[in-house]
Write a protein that binds this ligand. Structure first.
Ligand code: UDX
Length: 430
């Protein structure tokens, strides 16, 4: 929304949230999300045509709005029908009810959150049941930005997707994006295709990571190098080079949740074979994390200490939702190992709260502190700080350590240094 406000100064953008602390943070100099370039965009637009307000003050904004984006979270359901797989639409539904209660005059309602296919039908039903006098047109406009590169992805998107039934409503939203996006990059489709395409796009991306990660295990058995295999496979223009980086496992708020939602949809529409096919993308990911932790547990002495470098699910973000670090740390703690973790951006207290296993875990405020006296090092996030580490400078801290487990294949170990200090580097698939 900040980018829309930045790029369309003539459009008034009001962001409404029920969480008053979050709104206060959006109005402060310390934004609640770390994202390169975001602070500058907010700085430019806030107070001009971008406002952040509490839900209690939001009624007038709903009355006056021509278009309303629903951008609330759609987590995996924890109870009821489809628990563990289906998306929980309760926030979307309560949002629709609130909008219906206060809307007067025609509104375009835009699904921005990732939703299961045919959610628009349910939103339409709620809106018309709660407000029979207002005309509502529903559009699906899923977001393809990735965390860490969000501002770049929004400012120079590869495509913008707008699905809808009413041509007038679709064109109104096309006009907004056309302020800065070339028209041929704006794809318009039917509602159901737009809703399904978002799930499909994330499933395809995650599938690539699971495909290369599955082969990383075979590389380790055969002496093939996964980065070389990925280079060869990815240089075929029909495949392409991106998203073929073997890793400790994908994380983030989208991939697992969206594939589970896809799996549930397939089961719901009685397509068990299709459900099983996509479920395997998650199974390989879970296995990859377990396999990585297993290698560490096998070599570290009982009650030994492991230094974790990186808790975020990828670099350039403070987000650790579904991060591989959550599982790896828990596997290590369950095995009775001591864990000391460092991440340049993740708040350790929040990370610790997300764990369901307790044990000997603490945080370090620098890499050096994390490495001091450790028996093994595990790199779980590809932060530049870790790829550019000069291991020579840490040899005194690493005197008890014999192996660096590189879950991102980002480190290089100087041969002489490795021999002199009896250090080994074990990557993924090499
Ligand atoms: C993803 C999609 O990329 C984005 O289009 C969608 O809108 C939301 O979901 P995001 O979750 O922010 O974005 O991160 P992404 O860059 O896709 O990475 C997901 C995970 O896969 C990360 O843990 C990343 O480290 C991992 N990954 C990615 C790999 O392990 N190997 C790769 O080659 C690429």
């Amino acid at each position: 929304m900040a980018v829309i406000a930045d790029r369309c100064p003539q459009v008034q953008v009001t962001v409404i949230d029920m969480n008053t602390d979050r709104i206060a943070a959006w109005n402060s100099n310390s934004l609640p999300v770390y994202e390169p370039g975001l602070a500058e965009v907010v700085q430019r637009a806030r107070g001009r045509n971008l406002k952040f307000i509490n839900q209690a003050d939001g009624v007038q904004a709903i009355k006056e709005a021509d278009a309303i984006f629903i951008s609330v979270n759609t987590p995996t359901k924890t109870q009821g029908v489809g628990a563990g797989k289906a998306s929980d639409l309760s926030y979307v539904e309560s949002c629709a009810r609130w909008i219906a209660q206060h809307a007067a005059g025609p509104k375009i309602i835009i699904e921005k959150s990732t939703m299961p296919v045919r959610t628009a039908e349910r939103i339409k039903e709620i809106l018309s049941q709660n407000n029979s006098t207002t005309r509502f047109d529903i559009l699906s406009n899923p977001e393809f930005l990735a965390e860490g590169t969000a501002i770049r992805d929004l400012e120079k998107p590869e495509r913008v997707l707008i699905g809808g039934e009413s041509l007038e409503a679709v064109n109104a939203l096309v006009d907004v994006y056309a302020q800065w996006v070339k028209p041929d990059l704006i794809i318009t489709t039917g509602l159901w295709s737009a809703e399904l395409s978002k799930l499909a796009a994330n499933a395809f991306l995650a599938q690539r990571v699971s495909s290369i990660n599955s082969l990383s295990a075979l590389c380790e058995k055969t002496g093939a190098h996964v980065d070389e295999v990925a280079k060869v496979v990815g240089s075929d223009s029909r495949v392409g080079p991106k998203f073929l980086k073997a890793s400790v496992g994908f994380g983030g708020s989208c991939f697992k949740k969206d594939i589970l939602s896809l799996v549930y949809l397939c089961e719901f529409y009685s397509l068990p074979e299709v459900a099983h096919y996509w479920q395997q993308v998650i199974e390989i990911n879970e296995w990859q994390k377990k396999r990585f932790a297993g290698k560490i547990i096998e070599t570290v002495p009982a009650h030994g200490r492991v230094a974790i470098l990186g808790l975020a699910f990828k670099k350039e973000t403070n987000d650790f939702r579904e991060s591989a670090a959550i599982d790896i740390v828990q596997y290590l703690l369950k095995a009775g190992l001591e864990v000391i973790a460092y991440d340049p951006k993740v708040k350790f207290g929040d990370f610790e709260k997300s764990l369901t296993t307790s044990g000997n875990l603490r945080s370090a405020s620098t890499v050096s502190e994390a490495l001091d006296g450790t028996n093994a090092v595990a790199i779980l996030t590809e932060w530049e700080e870790f790829s550019s580490l000069d291991w020579k400078g840490f040899t005194s801290q690493l005197r008890n350590c014999s192996i660096i487990y590189d879950g991102r294949n980002i480190t290089r170990m100087d041969e002489t240094l490795a021999q002199k200090h009896n250090l080994r580097r074990i990557g993924v698939g090499n």
